[in-house]
Design a binder for this molecule. Structure first.
Ligand code: C2O
Length: 554
């Protein structure tokens, strides 16, 4: 591989959408931010210079960061944030990964405007495991807020209420023609007939899983989270925040002048956390050449075709789609699923109430005073004042974190309880420690406390295999025999199904401190996060490298 240099200047810029102009935080004045393009095996040196007032840090979502945890990016987890006026060079090598990922700010809600694609091509001379596409197009979903999202979350955390939702979703920064005052801000994809396009689809939205479809066209899924998948055809994909999905789009053999809508809107089962607005772009077939017909004016404009998307709460569509995903699991791209397990964990994930006051029974939604989110009844809502990774590396964890994160919920969870009886939540910064190369199985169970809602759980530093998925209570006796240990999907973000569970496995082969959290920004702010500490192995290539000299200080 080669070394590639990028410079990210964090600057504010006025941007207008939906007839509202707002100063937003950007990278190099671009919204969405610039593309990182590299090849597998390349080293990236990305110099981030913070010109704004606020702190910031950047996360390279899905990059494994083998031995290079200092470059992972979440603020106060692997680094202190980059303060105003300061610079930090993210330095990492892309090992064993190719496909589409994303980068985004990992501090407060700044990722609402600070995000962009990461495109990793295979090594020179290595083809895709599918026919070479005619063109490759990134499609990145985001959200537009007419008011400052930083103010929205600040206020929500003060009042304990849910934060206001955004004013629109966006495709490549553009809300599209279905919103008021937005027709001119529409993403247009001009295509030729009879060609295959590779769409690199990224969900960088803050708070919603999205269904996406293109009218009258079929999409062939070939990769998720930078891992090749067994190809399958679908009209609609489901993509959670933090996930990426590469699809092949075959254009029709002959369709001059036709236009088709592509559209996305939420899959959401929770209460009050969604809106059902639709972002749209246009797929436009090229005009027929004028020496083919006599005059272009004689061509009738073919009407715009519109896609039909599943209903907002169509959980069976969502589950069906997820069940179709499989790793390619070929000789060249094997699925290295851990076949045995060293450490089992069962984590409940969900929303609940504020820390349960003593002498009170915190049961059910009626006692809710303040939204809080937790894993195994532990809410990590207050960030430490130094980065966890530094505390770990320098052996100074005292007062920063404790190693007693429970491997099972503190209050036993029963999905069929009415209402489920585990809303009591304790605040804390607790981690799970793992020896190097431990094989981990983790069951994530949605608690359905304040209405069943899916949670896109993202693990930093690893890919994991989704070996099982189901609804209701996870059954430790009857579910494991049905696990797929042959060709399960490998990815870095999984939607824990609304009212259900997923089982994942990963090998703890990356020393460092790795955040795991819900990729809904609201739930993250409410504390739906925890961290794994993986110790060094014995060999030199099993150790976390020392921190770089320019690592920001708190
Ligand atoms: Cu894409 Cu911790 O995040």
């Amino acid at each position: 591989g080669i070394t590639r240099h990028y410079k990210f200047d964090i600057v504010s810029r006025n941007v207008t959408r939906l007839c509202h102009t707002r100063s937003i935080v950007t990278v190099n004045g671009k919204f969405p931010g610039p593309r990182i393009v590299a090849r597998e095996g390349d080293r990236l040196l990305i110099k981030v210079v913070n010109h704004i007032q606020s702190n910031i840090s950047i996360h390279w979502h899905g990059i494994r960061q083998l031995q290079s945890g200092w470059a992972d990016g979440p603020g106060y987890i692997t680094q202190c944030p980059i303060q105003s006026g300061q610079t930090y060079v993210y330095n990492y090598t892309i090992v064993g990964q190719r496909g589409t990922l994303l980068w985004h700010a990992h501090f407060s809600w700044l990722r609402s405007s600070v995000y962009g694609p990461i495109i990793i091509r295979p090594k020179h001379g290595i083809p895709y495991p599918f026919a070479k596409p005619y063109k490759e197009i990134p499609i990145i979903f985001g959200e537009w807020f007419n008011v400052d999202p930083e103010a929205i979350i600040r206020q929500a955390l003060q009042t304990g209420a849910g934060p206001n939702v955004s004013d629109s979703y966006t495709i490549n920064g553009l809300p599209g023609p279905l919103y008021n005052c937005s027709a001119k801000d529409t993403f247009k994809l001009k295509v030729k007939a009879g060609k295959t396009y590779l769409l690199r689809i990224i969900n960088a939205a803050l708070n919603d899983e999205l269904f996406f479809s293109i009218a009258n066209h079929t999409l062939t899924v070939v990769e998720v989270d930078a891992v090749y998948a067994k190809p399958f055809e679908t009209h609609t994909i489901l993509i959670t925040p933090g996930q990426t999905t590469n699809v092949l789009l075959k254009t029709k053999p002959y369709f001059p002048n036709a236009t088709f809508l592509m559209a996305a809107r939420p899959y959401a089962t929770g209460q009050g956390t969604f809106d059902n607005s639709t972002v749209a772009g246009i797929l436009e077939y090229e005009q027929i050449s004028s020496n083919f017909t006599h005059s272009t004016t004689s061509i009738k404009k073919i009407p715009l075709f519109k896609p039909t998307l599943p209903a907002l709460n169509d959980t069976s569509y969502a589950a069906n789609f997820t069940n179709k995903l499989r790793s390619l699991a070929s000789a060249q791209y094997p699925a290295n699923v851990p076949q045995s397990v060293d450490k089992h964990f069962f984590f409940t994930v969900g929303l609940g109430t504020n820390p349960c006051p003593k002498k009170q029974t915190c049961q059910g939604p009626t006692n809710v005073t303040k939204f809080t989110a937790s894993i195994n009844n532990i809410s990590f809502s207050t960030l430490p004042t130094t980065a966890l990774l530094q505390a770990h590396y320098f052996g100074k964890s005292k007062g920063v974190y404790t190693t007693d994160f429970p491997s099972n919920p503190i209050i036993p969870f029963n999905y069929t309880g009415t209402p489920p009886n585990n809303t009591g939540i304790i605040n804390g910064t607790r981690v799970v420690t793992l020896p190097f190369n431990a094989s981990v199985e983790l069951v994530l169970q949605d608690t359905n406390i304040l209405g069943a809602e899916s949670h896109p759980l993202h693990l930093h530093g690893f890919n994991f295999f989704i070996v099982g998925l189901g609804f209701g209570n996870y059954d430790p006796n009857n579910d494991p025999p049905k696990f797929n240990l042959v060709d399960p999907t490998e990815r870095n973000t999984v939607g824990v199904p609304s009212g259900g569970w997923v089982a994942i496995r990963f090998l703890a082969d990356n020393p460092g401190v790795w955040l795991m959290h819900c990729h809904y920004e609201a739930h993250l702010s409410w504390g739906l996060r925890m961290a794994w500490v993986v110790f060094d192995g014995k060999l030199p290539n099993q150790k976390l490298l020392p921190p770089p000299a320019d690592l920001p200080k708190c």
